[in-house]
Design a protein around this ligand. Structure first.
Ligand code: FBP
Length: 549
């Protein structure tokens, strides 16, 4: 039984803010999207590609003639605000038609495939409003992508008399939701599928999706912790803190945390890839900063490391690419081997000479992590690679060389940290509580319109919530072709940090002085009650991208 804390009780009374234009009576305005020239994707999504963008406006739409019967799944890693998406969806379908109903499929797509779901009613929902976590129905990483999966999903929907399905997930889950929507249309199945952009990683976004939900809260939780560590660093004056931050391939979280806390060094994976920085160059950058600060009497510092970093170091990226192909093509032979040294040796023999040399030079635990920890989509589980420890080991070795050469004289005491799970289920910030409730409400309105293959889009997010614009865009329009498991497939493109974007430019302006001097910022914990400028402020990334600062 979950104990209700004083904050939880106070928080349950919070009423998420909705855009003024959004109510059960909002009317839908369609706007044609610029014609895309992507004939390959269009051919794969003949029913759901050439659809208009939809925006909801203040209106007088009558109550729906028949109830909406919706299924919902939470897919992938948790992100703060998931419960409020469900609350917004529930409240909206009930005000659209009081007989509408909501089924929550348990533990992600698996619940849909196995027809394992529960009725979500007002009573159940009450204790989950404005809370973190996905525990109301659980989440999972089962894929929903094969012909058989789609048939099973349609069977489940039919057996429960569902007219709609809402998929709350990241880029892969929404890509699959889009494929299911197309499949249902192609097979004349009466199921509308709508997606909701979720992920703390912040990499599901584009022209119409300003941010994914959860990024705001998670990056604020990590920034609070980093600020606390920095306060410790200037107090104790003896540790270098190497802090790995979640975010999968993208460095949005690391960049946002850097803007909030001003650490001495922040590595941005996308910059490492674009400038072709080698491992040696990265180590030199860190070691030189350590030496410079020590010479000024500051034997402490902070380094932020995006969890996907090693994939982006060119020689490591090439190695990971070869490992992906090797394991996609020789999976059975690999799985048949019993010991880890045998598995490592097996893959090494399938690699090119340069990749094999690098692979064999890695510490065994890192080499194991590269071949063992893969997600169901075939991606390396970067969350499990101890990049912070790898960098500490390598920097220590480099500093030893510098000591021998007389260019470094101090001692070096590193502390590794990894922040990821600490932020994914945090109590959603006001921004995420409002944004997710709005996303859920918007999903219901798209379904009321009988739209399918759409992802919810809420824009103007740096303005007060009352001024946000909500609607939807066809998911197929966000797709590109990518190689997965050795095959080209359509997927929503991951949005990585852009080096010519305003957030990176702002960071670039300051990083040299943040490295040499100590200019730490201490954002403190998320505030839920108090003045709007303290409680409702979005991320710095969003503010910079919207031109609000
Ligand atoms: P999603 O992409 O599903 O939102 O998950 C985000 C994330 O938290 C990543 O930042 C991290 O790499 C990964 O999940 C960890 O996965 P797992 O939950 O399976 O450990």
């Amino acid at each position: 039984m979950i104990q209700q804390t004083a904050l939880a009780q106070a928080r349950s009374a919070y009423r998420p803010k909705l855009p003024a234009s959004l109510s059960a009576a909002s009317t839908a305005k369609q706007t044609p999207l610029p014609t895309s020239s992507d004939s390959e994707i269009r051919a794969l999504f003949p029913n759901t590609f050439d659809l208009p963008a939809v925006t909801f406006e203040k209106g007088t739409a009558p109550t729906a003639a028949s109830p909406i019967r919706v299924g919902v799944i939470l897919s992938g890693g948790p992100a703060p605000g998931g419960h409020n998406v469900i609350a917004g969806l529930f409240d909206a379908i009930k005000s659209i038609h009081p007989e509408s109903s909501l089924i929550g499929f348990l533990n992600g797509p698996d619940g849909l495939l196995t027809n394992n779901g529960i009725v979500i009613d007002a009573k159940l929902l009450e204790s989950y409003r404005n809370t973190g976590g996905f525990d109301i129905i659980g989440s999972g990483r089962t894929k929903l992508e094969s012909h058989e999966d789609f048939l099973k999903a349609l069977e489940t929907a039919k057996s429960r008399d569902l007219t709609a399905l809402v998929v709350i997930g990241g880029d892969d889950s929404n890509s699959n939701a889009s494929k299911l929507a197309e499949f249902a249309q192609a097979n004349n199945a009466p199921l509308c599928v709508v997606g909701v952009p979720k992920t703390i990683d912040g990499d599901l976004r584009g022209e119409h999706i300003e941010t994914s939900f959860g990024f705001d809260t998670a990056s604020k939780v990590y920034s609070d912790l980093i600020g606390n560590i920095q306060r410790d660093a200037i107090s104790a004056r003896k540790y270098w803190h190497f802090i790995k931050l979640m975010g999968r391939s993208a460095s949005h979280i690391a960049l946002e945390c850097a803007l909030q806390t001003h650490p001495n060094i922040t590595l941005i994976s996308e910059e490492v890839a674009e400038r072709g920085l080698t491992l040696k160059q990265i180590l030199d950058q860190i070691s030189d900063t350590v030496a410079h600060r020590a010479a000024n009497g500051e034997k402490f510092g902070t380094v932020l490391i995006p969890e996907g970093l090693i994939e982006f170091v060119p020689e490591m990226g090439a190695l990971i690419g070869e490992l992906n192909e090797t394991l996609a093509h020789h999976g059975d032979a690999f799985n048949a081997l019993e010991t880890l040294p045998q598995k490592r040796e097996f893959v090494a023999t399938k690699l090119t000479e340069a990749a094999a040399l690098l692979y064999r030079s890695l510490p065994d635990d890192i080499a194991n992590q590269l071949i063992l920890d893969r997600d169901p989509h075939g991606n390396v589980q970067v969350a499990r690679i101890d990049t912070q420890r790898l960098l500490i080991d390598l920097v220590e070795a480099r500093l030893k060389e510098m000591k021998a050469a007389g260019t470094y004289k101090a001692s070096f005491s590193p502390q590794p940290h990894y922040f990821g799970y600490e932020g994914r289920c945090a109590v959603p910030s006001n921004f995420d509580a409002d944004y997710t409730y709005t996303l859920g409400f918007t999903a219901a309105l798209l379904l009321r319109e009988g739209l399918t293959g759409y992802i919810c889009s809420v824009r103007g997010l740096t303005k007060p919530a009352a001024d946000w614009h909500a609607g939807g865009i066809p998911m197929a329009q966000m797709m590109n072709m990518e190689r997965r498991h050795g095959k080209m497939v359509p997927v929503i493109k991951k949005a990585l940090v852009e080096l010519d974007g305003p957030a990176f430019k702002e960071f670039e302006k300051h990083r040299a002085s943040w490295a040499k001097e100590t200019q730490y910022a201490f954002p403190g914990p998320i505030q839920y009650f108090g003045p709007a400028e303290v409680c409702d402020r979005p991320t710095i990334t969003l503010e910079l991208e919207s031109g609000a600062v």
